[in-house]
Ligand binder design. Structure first.
Ligand code: ATR
Length: 268
């Protein structure tokens, strides 16, 4: 196996994907390299037409291109079609294909849970929330609710996926077994001191999942852990979406523990 891989997005300053994949290639002895390609939206059509003549074996796609690349593909997986977004390009028998490993990454840390949470509350209604809805359905979570600051967006998603919409103001009246934050509340910078859930109102025994990974421990996760809730960091989602990409491209499994240690180190 040898070849060229990379990530397209704009801007791309913060991405840990090259660190992860280049480490994986080195570990597996592959003659391959993964680079960052910062591309502005108006460069995408030309890049996607040229991609067929370049030696790329696989590409990661990130914000803001996850939807715009779709029209240039020969095939999309059912999962990517359901989410309406692609974060991974790969070749299959000469066809340029799109997958959404954000979904796989999101649910990977939940797969081992015994029992599976019977109910989930998704906070936010953007692209990450769509991946969460598709993932939780794929996992088999029976009761999925969504709450969003702009109620109409939650209602539209609820209608599309046959789940429940809950008013943002009423979200803490619910008692979900799993709470999943897909909003930027808690993110480092201006949002760091915020949490989308009242520390005094976590349902007993619930698991709290924050897809934010910078900081590693958000206020939401810190307060949930303090009252004995299980917590899942967004780093797990990032790690597992990358492991799924690597598997798709190379047919090999990256060493999970080693990759996690690498990312923890990269995050400082
Ligand atoms: P992503 O693709 O990461 O999901 P996005 O599409 O921009 O990002 O979605 C961000 C989500 O976080 C939205 O649901 C947004 O709510 P609105 O639809 O009302 O804009 C939510 N969000 C952003 N800032 C928020 C805040 N301060 N409080 C609550 N929700 C917020």
């Amino acid at each position: 196996m040898s070849g060229l891989y990379g990530i397209i997005g704009w801007p791309l300053g913060h991405t840990m994907s090259p660190t992860l994949h280049n480490w994986g290639f080195r570990q597996s002895g592959a003659d391959a390299a993964y680079a960052a390609y910062p591309l502005e939206p108006d460069q995408i059509p030309d890049f996607m037409r040229r991609v067929r003549d370049e030696p790329f074996l696989g590409l990661s796609v990130t914000i803001p291109h996850k939807r715009t690349v779709m029209e240039f593909l020969d095939h999309m997986t059912d999962r990517a079609v359901r989410v309406g977004a692609v974060n991974t390009l790969y070749w299959d028998e000469g066809k340029l294909c799109g997958e959404n490993t954000d979904v796989l990454g999101l649910i990977a840390p939940l797969r081992h849970m015994q029992p599976l949470p019977a109910s989930a509350m998704i906070l936010g209604a953007g692209g990450a929330a769509r991946a969460a809805v598709v993932g939780f359905k794929e996992l088999g979570i029976a009761d999925i609710a969504i709450a969003n600051r702009t109620g109409e967006k939650a209602e539209a998603l609820a209608e599309e996926f046959s789940i429940r919409a809950v008013a943002w103001e009423s979200r803490m009246e619910e008692e979900p077994a799993l709470i999943c934050n897909t909003t930027p509340l808690g993110m480092s910078g201006t949002m760091e001191t915020f949490s989308p859930w009242d520390a005094k109102r976590f349902p007993a025994g619930c698991t709290v999942y924050d897809i934010v990974y910078n900081p590693l421990e958000t206020r939401l996760l810190r307060e949930a852990a303090a009252v004995g809730c299980g917590t899942v960091s967004g780093l797990e989602m990032f790690l597992h979406q990358g492991l799924a990409q690597f598997r798709l491209w190379t047919g090999k499994d990256m060493d999970e523990a080693g990759a996690r240690a690498l990312l923890l180190c990269a995050l400082g």
